[in-house]
Design a protein around this ligand. Structure first.
Ligand SMILES: [Zn+2]
Length: 209
């Protein structure tokens, strides 16, 4: 994954809820941004506390230094499972058409959270005609301890682990449910099996070499 993207590549990342991208892919997104990629973070839904969680998502995206933050369904609080699949895919189609990504990062199909699995299905569907690389992450490793998805490729996030933790911390309304220590521990443990100080694991769903 050293040169996953050429400079000025475009990255599009889908998270079901505010904070999922920071937890699952924040280290790699911050790194790609530092390396010159144009990063778009796309949050599908905001289940509650709309204004506060929107502000937290903006703060998280700022820390990651994403170029754009898009919220797909911001008109009213909702869960992903409340959105008809065809409507979700249609909005993803629009954003894929706008961004024309070289790399898409989305939830894993192995994620045990139902909403996260739906976002995986919708992403794969929205990319049916778009040639790009596609990686998937498990957003909440402690909740996914029983999942079969462990990832086969590893991103070195040693240079951005602190930004990742800070971006997770931006989600103050969720902080009681988040475990910053375990996010750092997991990145360190993932690093041990991949030879980096800190790493994130991804499934390679589609990679052009
Ligand atoms: Zn989520």
């Amino acid at each position: 994954m050293n040169r996953l993207l050429k400079e000025n590549g475009r990255v599009l990342a889908f998270g079901a809820h505010p904070d999922d991208l920071e937890i699952g892919a924040g280290g790699l997104l911050a790194r790609l941004s530092q390396e010159g990629a144009e990063v778009t973070m796309a949050v599908v839904s905001i289940p509650n506390n709309t204004e506060q969680r929107k502000a937290e998502a903006r703060r998280g995206a700022e820390i990651i230094d994403a170029d754009n933050l898009r919220i797909l369904f911001e008109e009213k609080p909702c869960r992903v499972e409340d959105i008809p699949m065809h409507e979700l895919v249609r909005r993803m189609d629009q954003i894929v058409g706008d961004v024309r990504p070289d790399l898409v990062i989305t939830h894993s199909a192995f994620d045990l959270h139902w909403d996260h699995g739906l976002v995986n299905r919708a992403t794969v569907s929205a990319l049916r005609r778009t040639p790009c690389d596609l990686l998937a992450f498990l957003s909440s490793p402690e909740m996914n301890a029983q999942s079969r998805g462990i990832g086969q490729c590893f991103a070195d996030i040693t240079s951005t682990i602190d930004l990742k933790i800070e971006a997770i911390q931006a989600h103050a309304s969720q902080i009681a449910r988040l475990d910053l220590e375990s996010s750092r521990d997991l990145a360190r443990a993932t690093g041990r099996i991949s030879g980096y100080q800190y790493a994130e694991a991804y499934e390679a769903l589609r990679v052009r070499i």
